[in-house]
Design a protein around this ligand. Structure first.
Ligand code: GDP
Ligand code: MG
Length: 162
């Protein structure tokens, strides 16, 4: 079976946009309102001649339990069957408590993680990506899922661990 790459991150960081960028087609639902992707959705993808399965997440309801715990729980479901993880952050926002909750969960599961600093739409924004080194999850890869900037580099990095 094809190796599985899970895409995790809090709502609205651009996970579904990145999925579409990787697939080269508009298949994952992208919304300006956080939380439209239903549960886990799998896609068959190819990069550098290798097939793999992409798992996108999101779309849960916020409830009294607290958003950070819910975000981490949802990410954990996606990661369960994954061979590697793409952790997506919004570089223009920086690190939030929800991001930190996911990082804490990922440290426990001990799977390879590639860090995506998304929404780096221009070279001027690359400095924002460097702040994400502070997460201790390795090199932040500056990407613009919207425009495609940096997407090839991050996929090359994924192929080294998948
Ligand atoms: P998800 O909730 O993590 O799946 O996020 P979505 O993919 O649905 O995107 C949330 C919002 O961020 C949408 O308005 C996207 O158009 C926007 N977005 C996603 N990637 C980028 C990016 O690279 N640059 C900018 N400027 N906006 C982005
Ligand atoms: Mg989504």
């Amino acid at each position: 079976p094809a190796p599985v790459l899970a895409i995790v991150g809090r709502p609205n960081v651009g996970k579904s946009t990145l999925v579409n960028r990787i697939l080269g087609r508009r298949e994952a639902v992208v919304e300006d309102t956080p939380g439209v992707t239903r549960d886990r959705v799998s896609y068959r993808a190819t990069w550098a001649g290798r097939n793999f399965t992409l798992v996108d997440t999101g779309g849960w309801e916020y409830d009294a339990k607290g958003i950070n715990a819910r975000v981490a729980e949802q990410a954990e479901l996606a990661v369960e069957f994954a061979d590697a993880v793409l952790l997506v952050l919004d570089a223009t926002v920086g690190v939030t408590a929800a991001d930190e909750a996911i990082v804490k969960m990922l440290r426990k599961v001990r799977k390879p993680v590639i860090l995506v600093a998304n929404k780096v739409d221009s070279p001027q924004l690359e400095v924002e990506a460097t702040y994400l080194w502070s997460l201790g999850m390795g090199e932040p890869h500056p990407v613009s899922a919207l425009h495609g900037r940096g997407a090839a580099d991050v996929l090359d990095a994924v192929m080294e661990v998948l």
